[in-house]
Design a protein. Structure first.
Length: 94
């Protein structure tokens, strides 16, 4: 069983990965169509203890291979913590 701490460590990794992808896109000046970009958006709602994660897997703006996946859950629910953890873990490559 993964804990809330384990989940938050993965959230940190997802944020770091998104920042690195953003820096890469800025440094080359455009999206390289041969490169896969992983972008995570993570929304915390503290008043209800909820997290919503959006994952964007992007090759280029109009590619049919682009995809968006979503997962959300409550941080005070063990099943939701497990679901959120594995959602992130399975999408964080490398």
């Amino acid at each position: 069983m993964k804990t809330l701490t384990d989940l938050l460590e993965l959230v940190n990794k997802a944020i770091e990965k998104t920042n690195k992808e953003r820096e890469l896109m800025i440094s080359i000046g455009e999206v390289d169509t041969q490169t896969l970009y992983d972008v995570f958006f993570i929304d915390f709602s503290g008043h209800v203890n909820q997290v919503a994660i959006r994952y964007y897997c992007v090759y280029e703006s109009k590619s049919k291979d682009n995809r968006i996946e979503r997962c959300q859950g409550y941080l005070n629910n063990e099943d939701n913590i497990q679901e959120l953890y594995w959602f992130l873990k399975n999408r964080l490559r490398g």
